[in-house]
Write a protein that binds this ligand. Structure first.
Ligand code: GTP
Length: 217
């Protein structure tokens, strides 16, 4: 199956409370920031380009090559606001691009076949969204979403006050694509300083070579 044109978005709109605040994606893990690592993994998978979703002063992300798009709905905390901002941006700036792929900005070991396998799962099930899974867990914010879903998502956020990604994807029968957790869970996300130290050890073990993850569990 050929991969449909897809715009990538790195979600960096959260408050990083468990990490002690600040911008997690700007933390340096080994010789690169988390943002550089995530962008390096996602950019080659997204033919329509890559944007960043972040709130506040965009200047702090000036090292990022691409647009920085803020959340458009005030008082809608949570990653769905970032997904909506990306879907709206895609509709306005890339009207011929039918899909957005979102990833968390604190997930440095993302699979190189993420977007292709999410689209394959979506096409297999004949649905308009797909999310990643590993170790029996869904990773809701790592998914592909049809741009046409933005009207439904806006209504869910604004009119129904929906915040939980799980509830929204359940309404749409999201497809799932699963990855193996060995040698490393590719959806390991760094929420706490302990997570970060564990990732530092993994990066040191990479010996400068990128780890490849593509096998199904
Ligand atoms: N746009 C946007 N993205 C968010 C928001 N909250 C979380 N995210 C993103 O969703 C992904 C998962 O976020 P979490 O790890 O649950 O939250 P976090 O803010 O990063 O960290 P905690 O404050 O410790 O929960 C990350 O990529 C966040 O940047 C938000 O209010 N707006």
């Amino acid at each position: 199956m050929s991969v449909p044109p897809t715009l990538g978005v790195i979600l960096a709109g959260g408050l990083s409370r468990r990490m002690g605040g600040g911008d997690k994606p700007l933390l340096r893990l080994g010789d690169k920031t988390l943002l550089e690592r995530v962008a390096e993994r996602l950019r080659p998978q997204c033919a329509a380009g890559l944007i960043l979703n972040a709130n506040g002063d965009a200047g702090r992300f000036r090292a990022f090559t691409g647009f920085v798009v803020p959340d458009s709905i005030p008082d809608a905390p949570g990653p769905l606001a970032g997904v909506l901002a990306a879907l709206d941006f895609c509709a306005a700036h890339h009207p011929d691009v039918p899909y957005v792929a979102s990833v968390a900005g604190d997930t440095p070991f993302l699979p190189h076949d993420l977007v292709a396998r999410l689209h394959a799962a979506r096409a297999r099930d004949g649905v308009e969204m797909a999310v990643a899974a590993s170790g029996g867990q869904l990773h809701f914010v790592n998914g592909v979403w049809a741009v046409g879903l933005r009207h439904d998502l806006r209504a869910a956020l604004v009119e129904r006050g929906l915040r939980r990604v799980g509830m929204w994807i359940a309404r749409h029968n999201a497809a799932e694509a699963a990855w193996a957790t060995e040698p490393v869970d590719p959806f390991l996300n760094l929420n706490t300083p302990e997570d970060f130290f564990a990732a530092e050890r993994l990066v040191a073990g990479e010996g400068g070579l990128p780890i490849q993850y593509s096998s199904e569990p």
